[in-house]
Design a protein around this ligand. Sequence first.
Ligand code: CMC
Length: 423
Amino acid sequence: MASAKIVIDGKTYEVPIIEGTEGERAIDISKLRAESKVITYDNGFGNTGSCQSAVTFLNGEKGILHYRGYPIEQLAEKSTFVECSYLLNYGELPKKSELRKFDKAIRSSGKIPKGIKDIIDSFPKKAHPMAVCSSSMVALSGFYPELNDVLELDDKKKMSIITQLMGQILTMSTRFYRNSQGKAPRNPKEDLDYCSNFLYMMGMKPDPELAKALDTLLILHADHEQNCSASTARVIGSAHANVFASISGGIDALWGPLHGGANQAVLEMLEQIQKDGGDSKKALQRAKNKEDSFRLMGFGHRVYKNFDPRAKIIKKACDTVLSKLGVKDPLLDIARALEEEALKDPYFVERKLYPNVDFYSGIIYRALGIPTNMFTVMFAIGRLPGWLSQWKEMLEFKGTKIVRPRQIYVGENHRDYLDIKKR
Ligand code: CMC
């Protein structure tokens, strides 16, 4: 096995180098502290591999994204979201009978317990749908206590958790949306495919072309290896907390505007630029100004430093969807102008900042009639099979340990307690 030598205070430590199937190499420092008393420090974990995973491969320099070895471009063109969900969780493309069974199980598990309905119905109309999505997800654990002991879950139970949550997330999120509109919630229909069912429950026409466009978006969001939300789901799961808690934690992490919440933030940014007269150059100036906290939302990525392959597909889909729907959205013109300006601006070029998956997705959601505050829920629906596959892999991997990083303490040294009268 290849190894590396690390010299600390003149003493040499030999550490193994492990190699992945795509040639990526990592220095395995898991025993370094025990031998040298020194830990590694990696702010934001940009240089740290937290696990070994066979689910998703991405190469940020080359703009490559594979689910279980299959390129995202092929999956977006030829597969379906339900098929990709099976692929992510089971490692292989399903045979016809396997897909039929998986799909049927999702279609028939959209019902939610009455208590969950009551919880959702108790939220104020103005609540953010991500708050409801996360809360209802973790609340499910109270209704399925038999699933809470993760070490007791066999393959059949894990499969039924996957299909159950994929069915229920649609019912829970659309129920709250309908409530917020003052309309009666709709129950899922078993004769509708995944995205048509979502559109139906939202109260929209389950048009096959719109459903197909939505399905492609969900495929593009289905997994993205060890991102912030998947890592959160794994961290929670590593303590053997139940699957509902893991997924709910993933939803919470996704909500942040630097992660999945960026799709809502992009739309709001474009609307603001429009309100201010449509001057994209002004927005770019603000994004470059270090005194200003404003960032160009939908731009930049921790891993992609060339282009985001999902953004390429989404940009094309955006043109197709808008022209099919006959929608002319001035926000799309602003987005295009912003992208064009940014891609030739030295600030963005030097920092390798390109449009990411969230830059154009909101324009498609908007054209489909999905309200802005539901955009991140759309991301969560898409990412759910990815979180589940990461959670399942973490649970099934022989060497999984509870995640417990260390720190470099920079606070006060020992001091003695002072009585309140003497302070
Ligand atoms: N606008 C302006 N400057 C930026 C941006 C941006 N969108 N993104 C990064 N930078 C600058 C940043 O200020 C820093 O500059 P400097 O080197 O002078 O200090 C440099 O680029 C490197 O940025 P960073 O924050 O160290 O990079 P990161 O890898 O920690 O952050 C990111 C990645 C996605 C959080 C960041 O690019 C960002 O905030 N983008 C906007 C939010 C967004 O679109 N998020 C969606 C990501 S894709 C969906 C998903 O989460 O999977």
